[in-house]
Design a protein around this ligand. Structure first.
Ligand code: UDP
Ligand code: MG
Length: 319
């Protein structure tokens, strides 16, 4: 049985040697399986590519593709999955935060149980900035309330999937990808393997606050249209409030017989600003969805390959 390991790498010169070592020992532990390592260099600016060239030259089971620029982890995952040929496919970070030592356990569960996917989830967020954990938790609560697709808190992209699951994921061909949601959307019987968070072995995280924010918006917009409905409801709510206020004003005026007692500057301004804010928010939400539609309609490729390792005879497929 062939197992493909898909490894997205962006500026991972420091962690690749460690990963390699770990993968070697895992492969020794599992002599009954054939392995295929699919490295995806996501337009790294450091020595990642030359390390990968080197690794793939020495290791007959390793291949790489290298992008023309940084297309993001989601694109790298997609590229790796489409290149993979294994009966089982695993996605794994290069920084050892997805411990390679879990692979034998994942394989065991896959073989013994009636599962199509063995996915992993961190039970804690040790070593992560508190503020990031806070926002992450809030995000998962929010998105799960709004969306029909379950997106598990602490779920990693680290997962072992049967061929049919991989094909299903590849068939979801949207350009703006949010893998965690796509994995949930395709379904299949999933076993959740829990483990303690491991800190990055070397190098630095690629996530800035802004990148994470964009990722969160992506997650929401890609998997639910509830925000559009929220915009509609708040419109209704504000109109109703305005109507009630108007009634109140008239009734009060009838009883007191005073029709223009107050200049009304402050209240008018408040209402105008409030409404303006709501309209802008609604427009913004609408814009997010229209932008997504625009990007999908353009139908650009998800990534562009600049270089890839020679196709090895064993894989038996033309490029
Ligand atoms: N990664 C990538 N492209 C990017 C950012 C990250 O391929 O634009 C890879 C990175 O090399 C690593 C994995 O995605 O293998 C996870 O990235 P990172 O460790 O920075 O994320 P974190 O673990 O902090 O969530
Ligand atoms: Mg990491």
């Amino acid at each position: 049985m062939l197992i493909s390991l898909v490894i997205p790498c962006y500026n991972e010169e420091a962690s690749l040697p460690l990963l390699n070592e770990a993968l070697c020992s895992v492969r020794k532990e599992l002599p009954d399986y054939r392995f295929e390592l699919v490295y995806v260099d996501d337009g790294s600016k450091d020595k990642t590519l030359s390390i990968l060239r080197d690794v793939c030259q020495k290791d007959a089971d390793a291949r790489y593709i290298s992008f023309s620029r940084n297309f993001g982890k989601e694109a790298a995952i997609y590229a790796g999955l489409s290149e993979s040929k294994g009966d089982l496919v695993a996605i794994m970070d290069a920084d050892m935060q997805d411990p390679p030592s879990l692979i034998p356990e994942m394989l065991r569960i896959m073989n013994e149980g009636d599962y199509d996917v063995v996915a992993t989830r961190r039970v804690d967020r040790k070593g992560e900035p508190k503020i990031r954990s806070f926002f992450a938790r809030a995000f998962y609560r929010l998105i799960n309330r709004m969306s029909d697709v379950e997106i598990v808190d602490g779920a990693r992209d680290f997962r072992l999937m049967k061929r049919m699951v991989t094909d299903a994921v590849l068939n979801v061909s949207e350009r703006q990808r949010f893998s965690k949601g796509i994995f949930g959307w395709v379904g299949f019987k999933t076993y959740w393997l829990e483990y303690q968070n491991v800190e990055r072995a070397a190098g630095e995280t690629k996530w800035s606050f802004w990148k994470l924010f964009k990722y969160a918006v992506e997650g929401v917009v890609a998997f639910t249209t509830v925000p559009l409905r929220i915009a509609t409801f708040s419109g209704f709510f504000v109109s109703a409030a305005a109507f009630i206020y108007m009634l109140y004003y008239f009734i009060k005026a009838i009883f007191t017989q005073v029709w223009d007692d107050i200049p009304g500057y402050a209240s008018t301004l408040t209402i105008v600003l409030f409404l303006g804010g709501i309209v802008l928010i609604a427009l913004g939400i609408l814009g997010e969805y229209i932008a997504r539609t625009y990007m999908e309609v353009k139908n650009r490729p998800l990534y562009i390959v600049r270089e890839q390792s020679e196709i090895k005879k064993r894989s038996g497929k033309k490029s």
